[in-house]
Write a protein that binds this ligand. Structure first.
Ligand SMILES: NC(=O)c1ccc[n+]([C@@H]2O[C@H](COP(=O)([O-])OP(=O)(O)OC[C@H]3O[C@@H](n4cnc5c(N)ncnc54)[C@H](O)[C@@H]3O)[C@@H](O)[C@H]2O)c1
Length: 333
């Protein structure tokens, strides 16, 4: 293991952490430490576990952070994926302050103390969100690299605060980091997240399991920016490998590639991939709070910085849904 590149992934029992671990472990040159509040389950598709360590740690506890960081003498990369999602933050802002701000800040400070000369500092990849954007920029046009952040919500606000902190720590040479603003990743398997956008995954996942899904928005022209797990994982790896000087030292946030789709596009793709019969499992029940948060997020975007970093894109909603449906037949075969 000493000759392999050690990668720490927090949020290791969540949605994206285990998928990234599985992807990295296809390459024998990586060893992965996956951590969450409880010992994370073995990621799907991982059979050989010699290069995987699963660890329980509460990142709000400083000694847990020290224990994690000291698991390896050298780190190649550290992915910060832990956190409280949008609805959870809105319901409990002080928990978000504790976890999304406090724990992340403590972890960054611990990372800045890692000394591994002559090896370069570990690449830190911080999972931010497109919820850092807000009106009027989201409602009046296309998001570009020059669009100011204007979050409407505790979640986006706390992510933006951490981005600013990362920019400054990176500028001071304390860490080597990128903040990546994720669009909504669809389709999330398993249980729904506590995100206002959870239904975007639910509206295919639940009907495919024979269950109803409530769609909280009536307007079929409402747009969201989404991306598939496959593309997101590929882009995580590309950001991990991107040269530090690909972006200015004090501007480290990248909006990750997504595609802009209307609710109507999603219904059409659903019918094409899952069949007309299952459409009756989609029920519309307007939820004003979910609608408020979702309508404040980007609707269309250009991804200049992402393209400069060589990141990849999905084709369309049908491809994203088809990949999910295909993954179901793989996991049940
Ligand atoms: N999935 C998406 O569509 C999406 C979109 C935008 C941003 N993001 C961001 O990407 C990251 C990963 O997303 P995800 O969907 O995999 O998240 P997730 O909600 O599935 O996982 C987050 C994990 O963080 C853990 N956690 C919470 N408090 C903790 C603590 N005190 N100590 C240690 N772990 C703790 C939780 O137990 C959970 O397993 C998150 O930071 C999220 O904000 C995700």
């Amino acid at each position: 293991m000493s000759n392999t590149n050690a990668v720490l992934i927090t949020g290791g029992a969540g949605f994206l952490g285990p998928m990234l671990a599985a992807r990295l472990l296809q390459d024998a040159s990586y060893n992965v430490v996956l951590t969450d509040l409880q010992i994370p389950p073995q990621p799907n598709g991982v059979t050989k576990t010699t290069n995987l360590e699963r660890v329980a740690a509460d990142l709000t506890i400083p000694t847990d952070i020290d224990r994690l960081i000291s698991l390896r003498s050298q780190w190649h990369a550290i992915f910060l994926f832990h956190g409280i999602m949008s609805v959870g933050c809105e319901e409990n802002p002080s928990l978000s302050t504790k976890v999304n701000l406090g724990a992340t800040q403590s972890l960054l400070v611990a990372i800045s103390t890692i000394s591994q000369n002559p090896r370069p500092k570990p690449r830190v990849v911080y999972a931010s969100t497109q919820a850092v954007y807000g009106p009027p920029y989201t409602t009046n046009g296309t998001i570009t690299d020059d669009t100011p952040a204007a979050p409407v919500g505790v979640y986006g606000t706390h992510k933006l605060i951490m981005e600013a902190h990362i920019n400054d720590m990176n500028r001071r040479g304390l860490i080597d980091a990128f903040s990546i603003r994720l669009p909504t990743v669809v389709v999330r398997p398993g249980a729904p997240s506590r995100s206002a956008a959870a239904f975007l995954s639910g509206m295919i996942r639940e009907p495919m399991a024979g269950l109803e899904c409530v769609v909280p928005i009536e307007d079929r022209s409402a747009r969201q920016v989404i991306c598939s797990p496959r593309v997101m994982i590929e882009n995580f790896v590309r950001v991990m490998r991107a040269p530090s000087n690909a972006m200015p030292e004090h501007l480290r946030a990248v909006y990750m590639p997504g595609i802009s789709v209307t609710l109507g596009d999603m219904y059409d793709a659903f019918e094409q991939v899952c069949g007309q019969d299952r459409l009756k499992l989609l029920k519309t029940e307007k939820d004003a709070e979910a609608e408020r948060l979702l309508n404040s997020w980007p609707q269309t975007a250009e991804f200049g910085n992402a393209m400069k970093l060589g990141l990849v894109f999905d084709e369309n909603c049908v491809q994203i849904y088809r990949e999910y449906v295909d993954s179901l037949s793989v996991s049940t075969s």
